[in-house]
Design a binder for this molecule. Structure first.
Ligand code: ADP
Ligand code: MN
Length: 177
């Protein structure tokens, strides 16, 4: 049930690494006062993983442990969840699912300057080219709550934060019947 009893909405911001999720979420948290949950940080801090993936140099996250960890907060509402995956969260958690998208060559430069190379770089660029996160979001959530936003420039970030802040401020809880 969407909006099940929450006084404030939950937003999921997803997208390929480097599309600007964390930057966008921190600005949105500043503008709205909601809690920014960077799932990668929670996984590291609480050890919610099953070891390290050598090829892709990232933790193999334990999805069940992550969902258990976040359940109470999500029930309260007022969270922005920041993660490069979206198919394992309960559908009922989110009132809006934002997929950030970036032009391939811009993303390539961002990830290279972040030190990504080899299979990790190629995998992420392909993920963006094939719109993997948009498809995953559409397959996992009602189509009318999924929105794709372009994130190529700092102006895009400002526009996206303004738009999402307005959405957040206009959101009203649904009456449960
Ligand atoms: P993510 O959390 O999706 O991996 P970040 O927010 O950490 O992405 O952004 C990665 C890098 O790219 C940062 O240095 C950030 O400043 C830059 N960046 C992200 N989005 C944009 C954008 N729309 N315009 C310009 N730079 C951006
Ligand atoms: Mn991030």
């Amino acid at each position: 049930m969407a909006g099940g009893g929450r006084a404030r909405p939950n937003i999921l911001v997803t997208g390929t690494p480097g599309t600007g999720k964390t930057t966008t979420c921190s600005l949105l948290a500043d503008a709205t006062g909601v809690c920014h949950i960077n799932v990668g940080d929670v996984v590291r801090e609480k050890g919610l993983h099953d070891g390290w993936d050598e090829e892709f140099e990232c933790h193999i996250i334990n999805e069940d442990l992550v969902c258990d960890e976040l359940e109470d907060k999500m029930e309260d509402g007022g969270n922005i969840v920041d993660y490069h995956g979206c198919d394992f969260f309960p559908e009922r958690w989110f009132d809006c699912v934002v997929v950030l998208q970036t032009d391939n060559s811009i993303l390539h430069d961002r990830l290279s300057s972040r030190g990504y190379m080899g299979p990790k770089l190629i995998n992420n660029i392909e993920c963006e080219i094939f719109q993997v996160l948009l498809e995953e979001a559409k397959a996992s959530y009602p189509e009318d709550i999924v929105i794709a936003l372009q994130s190529d420039t700092v102006e895009d970030i400002s526009r996206n934060v303004t738009k999402l802040t307005e959405w957040f401020n206009n959101w009203r809880p649904r009456r449960s019947s």
